[in-house]
Design a protein around this ligand. Structure first.
Ligand code: ZN
Length: 200
């Protein structure tokens, strides 16, 4: 992976020195204000989209930006959510879907996932979204599903005890975003998930 090692070389040579003060501070401080949950898709880069510095975003990335609803058992996603909210005290959580999402496309177009059973199983966390999406006003089903899925994952988030407590205490705000790859625009969804306004 020569590209990556060359990248590390450039980082240490060109980037790190310019931010040495920040990294020195971050060595002993971890106080992100936002939990950013996005898809694992390589084209979605939370820090780039939001122009955030190291230390500002606590990031969880999953296939399809899915957030399983809380269950008695623990998993990596639940633990990361709890840590961000209950320990780090983030004030905002963004669930960010995106255009041309492979996970949402697979669902919308009923792709055969028998060769990827773990993916098929994981995508069941989007079952509710899929059930709610109907053919509407000319919008492509995959675009509708991307939006509905963001809304559904916000609802799933709220089932996590740490999130529910922070919402009740009004110390936490949830946001649903959709990033459009070809235009670079970001829309924020309203509570219904059907109306969106440009974030900036
Ligand atoms: Zn995706």
């Amino acid at each position: 992976m020569p590209d990556l090692t060359e990248g590390v070389t450039r980082f240490r040579r060109d980037v790190y020195p310019a931010k040495a003060e920040l990294f020195a501070e971050l060595a002993a401080t971890h106080r992100p204000t936002t939990l950013f949950i996005s898809c694992s898709d390589a084209r979605v880069v939370p820090e780039l989209i939001t122009q955030s510095e190291p230390g500002e975003l606590f990031v969880i990335r999953t296939a399809g930006n899915l957030v399983p609803a809380h269950t008695p058992g623990s998993d990596g996603v639940a633990a990361s959510i709890e840590y961000a909210v209950a320990v780090l005290g983030v004030t905002d959580i963004v669930v960010c879907g995106h255009s041309a999402c492979g996970a949402m496309t697979a669902l919308a177009e009923n792709h055969d996932l028998t060769a990827a059973p773990a993916v098929a199983d994981w995508l069941r966390h989007a079952d509710a979204s899929r059930a709610r999406v109907t053919a509407e006003t000319g919008e492509r089903e995959v675009d509708a599903l991307v939006r509905e899925n963001v809304r559904a994952q916000l609802a799933n988030l709220a089932t996590h005890p740490s999130v529910a407590r922070a919402l009740a205490a009004r110390t936490l705000t949830l946001h649903g975003w959709v990033y459009d790859i070809p235009t670079g625009t970001v829309e924020e969804l309203d509570a219904t998930g059907r109306t969106a306004t440009l974030v900036a």
